[in-house]
Design a protein around this ligand. Sequence first.
Ligand code: ADP
Ligand code: MG
Length: 593
Amino acid sequence: MSKIQVLSEHLTNMIAAGEVVERPAGIVKECVENSIDAGARVIDIEAFQGGIEKLIITDDGSGMDHEDAQMAFMRHATSKMHREEDLFNIQTMGFRGEALPSIASVAKVEMQTNNGEQSTLIRYHYGELVTQEPCNCPLGTKIEISGLFLKTPARFKHLKSISYEFSVIADLINKMALSHPDIRFTLSHDGRIVFQTSGNGDLKEILFQMYGKEVASNAVSFQGHNDDFKISGLAVQPKISRATKYFMFITMNSRLIRSVPIQKAILEAYGHYMPSNRFPIVVLDVKTDAQLVDVNVHPNKWEIRLSKQNELLELIQKTLREALSASLRTVKAAPKQTPVFEQQKISFPYPVKEEKPVFVKKEEALDPILESFSDYEKPVIKNEIQEEIVSYSEKANEGYEFFNHLTLIGQLKDSYILCENEEGLVIIDQHAAQERYHYEQLLEKLNQPVIATQPLMVPLVLNVSANVLSLVDSINEKIASFGLSFEVFGNDRLIVREIPLWFQDVHQEDFFYDLVDFFVQNLNVNMESLRKHVIATMACHSSIRFHRKLTRDEMEQVIEDLRKCRQPYHCPHGRPTVITMSDKDLRKEFERG
Ligand code: ADP
Ligand code: MG
């Protein structure tokens, strides 16, 4: 007898179940996707004991007739794809026709469905059809799954605690709700409702449900498009951040997806405002022609392959950057048109000078700078430099007016500069303010080709571990464009012999150690993030410390420097540099009505 046999349908379903229904949340995902495909406006998810004991998913979608209800449990049976071409133009969440048979092979499933004409009850027990009969049920479909994996102990053992399994379900429903704000979702656990959306299409409301008022009120709406993609969503301002990247919710044609390149593009856009180990909260939906997206990459449909990916990444970066920089400018500034007679009452500690554009560069002058960047990075860098040119040579500084209307009061705790303006009390964080100023200064310098370097009188010696020495060539290759280079010295040391002229103000030793550490931790760093890191680190190592007594002149200099900044209200890490306590706030605090 031959050894090779074709697997039974039941076995094939169980094997497929390994990929599709690893845990209760996998079942929830498949059933909710089916409800969405059926046009449901209301979807209820009830989980018992983390979904291990029972799951009930009820929808008000189109339902099925007798025949379809039966067919739905056949392997590779689907109403969503008919021809070969359909595979390259998928408009629905499902298309593989394997979820229901897979689930039914490893659990007890009871389905009631009504399409407005026929109502059907079907029961499967671990792959076996046990009931199929007409029934009475409302329009739509209700699927109840119990006894999951009881006949497959190896898989059952794989399940974790009840609270863990439920948390995965809850996380999934949060994301589903964000990707379908016009569907009303209700999630309950052991009979208690834990999450509910209204289905009125308001994304901010869902964010509010998930993370509260602070996050929702700091969420900025954005929209953008190019020839192939339309993007929209919410970007939470960088002053609120998270320690992991799981708060970037990405959907492609309303399908939840995981995409490292898209996450990176989002991070790049936040780069100026966020420390390197923090991550933003972003909800991003991409709409595109289904033909550009291949969703048939993995059975659980989380991964996709995308044509024209680079165009999309550029669009995301540009749109988010614009949305963020616009929102960060909205700090309340003094009114622009102050009547002359009132102006006399306000002191102007800083002379209003006409600033010459400091950064004027012709298009062709960008070429040598761009040379060191990869093709993918070039347009991004170019765009950034051009933005810089525009903001220096056309526009007045954003903070200009605001900082002209400050009267210095003094310093608090050797750390904060206190001022007064028409609105009330203005508090400046001296270190954050200096970081912002130096950051912008360095940004400008680093955007210019390094022409002049100068030898150090005493070369700088850095003690490093042996693994760093093996990286020196690749580090040098990347930092050459900044006019920097390391030389290997003995078994455990690096030498720096030359620095760019403008580099003198930076605390050099700290800076170089930091740079080496950065490379060790981010071996495959791209130029753009390296550039941001280098600049932010330099800015930090060249700024006035948080605890330092300042003279009046120094305080005025800090304010004057901030006034020159393009984005004076946030340090490079996204923390505020200035806060205002209005007279109104103070009155309220002192209960003056
Ligand atoms: P797929 O979604 O990939 O087509 P499934 O096994 O998930 O495969 O579902 C099989 C078929 O059952 C679907 O194509 C659909 O026609 C039908 N179906 C499943 N769930 C529902 C539902 N909640 N409402 C209406 N039809 C459903
Ligand atoms: Mg499906």
